[in-house]
Design a protein around this ligand. Structure first.
Ligand SMILES: *[C@@H]1O[C@H](CO)[C@@H](O)[C@H](O)[C@H]1NC(C)=O
Ligand SMILES: *[C@@H]1O[C@H](CO)[C@@H](O)[C@H](O)[C@H]1NC(C)=O
Ligand SMILES: *[C@@H]1O[C@H](CO)[C@@H](O)[C@H](O)[C@H]1NC(C)=O
Length: 540
């Protein structure tokens, strides 16, 4: 089943609640407490029930005593409710207490109520808790909402040792541990919420829009942050990288240093072609007469002056870097000013996006598809390259599979984004500001304020990981680029790909935390994925 099919199946399982306008959700703070995510979780939004989120059994750790829900009615008529709570094990869990009455009318302003789940401490058990809320618009139309929770209760005192596992797992370092457990905790719920919400979002877009205008503050999830850009000042003219390295020379000088004569380059075959951009395979013969195979990025005669200088700027951004997982520019030929040649070392590599798409088209036959282990290994190579880049005080700002190359042994190199706008036009959008940006790879702060940081590269890495597991599907294919900011602000993210292990999806989801500070660092990602890789190899 492919993602789209899955998407439509999910659309089908939402239901309209009476004609009522009701919101019933977990607040930002509450979702944060359970999942560590900056988002609100709507069970009912404008009367539309998110059945899938509803059906998910949320685990409640022993430490958490109370659940909070927020609701609000916009209906003109009164909505009455009654609440009943079933508990599967009354020995382990005492009678839950509400701080609102068991029956009444849904308030017209957002109200938060609590349900306490007091463990008795008599036995250790996992207790199923079902909270049934009947909402009545008119005497004949009753809708029952059922929320299910699994509460862990622990026997008091002497048995505690054997249950340490509930709160702490053995780990390498403290921060990794926190990250790791947050990831595990977030895993499965997000998968369901995100995918279903996507469906609901689409359907309710119009309705929601008007509501959003009315209740702006209460509704939106994002809190503006100070982007952590301090030591990574943006260098505007370099379209894609921030360079503040003092030793960094001016573009002209760098080009001069790499310049070679055109006659030393031979073009063999076109590997990628856009409206004006071309990527060739060819060869370069140095002064000693040694020939080597190269990738050549260039433009045809139709390219404008701006496009040519952008090619040079972006192509030079990886200048003088030296890392096995980074494709560094080797030489430049600018004799013909209308068509400069940018040369890169060729090691039987292909563009990674193209490579993944080929894997996919092969899947109908017998041929190669990627194993989870291979995906994790590829991701780790990207992480190493990104760590190196950040150590050099460079930001990538356009990390995506289209800007990576890969060889047949699955060795990955990240590359600059020169020509990508032309070669992969579907990945870039102009949001009315004359700037063609990789909107669906951008972190929320990059999208809104054009600020970038190491954490925004982490966000893009999450999308890259999603591309690896979907064999380069287009992310958020159903979302209008102009809607992306609102969509992300509402807490929606990419859905879990089919066959993508929960562990891997949790890593991605964590990269997409609203707040830059809450995203993992590349070092944390490295530890996490290395652990996961080790686990995978255990079972092979
Ligand atoms: C009850 O709800 C259903 C579906 O939500 C709707 O079709 C029906 O018209 C409602 N009945 C009344 C009396 O409101
Ligand atoms: C909700 O309504 C159903 C039937 O409509 C009823 O069986 C159930 O007892 C009600 N629950 C509460 C908590 O009122
Ligand atoms: C219920 O308790 C929570 C937390 O203690 C509080 O925020 C909320 O306002 C209370 N609700 C009512 C209706 O008293």
């Amino acid at each position: 089943m492919d993602i789209k099919v899955c998407f439509f199946v999910l659309i089908a399982i939402q239901t309209q609640l009476c004609s009522g306008f009701l919101n019933f959700y977990m607040s930002l703070a509450e979702v944060h407490r359970f999942l560590g995510l900056e988002m609100e979780l709507f069970y009912v939004r404008d009367g539309v029930v998110n059945d899938c989120a509803m059906n998910f059994v949320v685990p409640v750790p022993s430490k958490i005593e109370s659940l909070y829900f927020t609701w609000e009615s916009f209906a003109r008529r009164t909505l009455s409710y009654s609440i009943g709570i079933d508990v599967s094990n009354e020995v382990a869990l005492g009678t839950p207490k509400l701080n609102i009455s068991k029956a009444g009318t849904v308030p017209n302003a957002a109200q938060t109520f609590s349900i306490s789940l007091p463990c008795t401490g008599i036995v250790t058990a996992e207790v199923n808790v079902a909270i049934h809320v009947n909402i009545t618009l008119m005497p004949i139309n009753v809708t029952t909402l059922s929320f299910r929770r699994k509460k862990t209760c622990i026997k008091a005192e002497h048995l505690q040792n054997s249950h340490v596992r509930v709160d702490s797992a053995p780990a390498h370092s403290n921060s990794t541990n926190i990250f790791y457990s947050a990831v595990i905790c977030a895993t499965s719920l997000i998968a369901i919420i995100v995918s279903v919400s996507a469906a609901i979002h689409m359907k309710n877009k119009k309705l929601r829009r008007t509501r959003e205008e009315m209740t702006n503050q209460a509704y939106l999830t994002a809190a503006p942050r100070n982007p952590t850009t301090s030591s990574y000042g943006s260098f505007r003219r370099m379209a894609s990288y921030s360079l503040i390295d003092e030793r960094c020379k001016d573009l002209q000088e760098r080009i001069a240093e790499l310049t070679i004569q055109r006659c030393r380059v031979r073009l063999n075959s076109v590997v990628l072609e856009g409206t004006f951009g071309r990527v060739y395979l060819g060869s370069y013969t140095d002064e000693e007469g040694v020939e080597e195979e190269v990738i050549i990025k260039t433009v045809t005669g139709h390219a404008s002056q701006t496009q040519i200088s952008l090619l040079l700027q972006e192509g030079m951004s990886m200048y003088s870097l030296n890392h096995r997982s980074i494709l560094t520019i080797l030489r430049v030929s600018i004799e013909d000013h209308t068509a400069p040649f940018l040369l890169y070392t060729y090691r039987n590599t292909t563009n990674m996006k193209v490579f993944l798409q080929k894997c996919k088209s092969n899947m109908e036959g017998v041929a190669h598809s990627l194993t989870t282990q291979e995906v994790v290994d590829m991701a780790l190579q990207v992480i190493h390259a990104m760590q190196y880049l950040h150590k050099k005080h460079l930001l990538h700002k356009d990390l995506a599979t289209r800007n990576c190359v890969i060889d047949d042994k699955l060795k990955v190199q990240i590359a600059d984004n020169a020509l990508s706008r032309d070669l992969f036009p579907a990945d870039y959008y102009c949001l009315g500001d004359n700037e063609n940006r990789p909107v669906k790879w951008l972190a929320i702060e990059g999208l809104l304020h054009k600020t970038f940081s190491t954490s925004s590269d982490v966000w893009s890495f999450g999308v890259l990981l999603w591309e690896l597991t979907t064999l380069a599907q287009q992310p958020y294919v159903e979302i209008d680029p102009f809607e992306m900011a609102a969509y992300l602000k509402d807490g929606y993210r990419l859905a879990q790909p089919i066959n993508c292990p929960d562990e891997l999806f949790a890593v991605m989801a964590y990269c997409w935390a609203m707040s830059a500070e809450e995203r993992p660092t590349f070092s944390q990602l490295q530890v996490c994925l290395q652990d996961f890789y080790a686990q995978l190899t255990l079972y092979v």
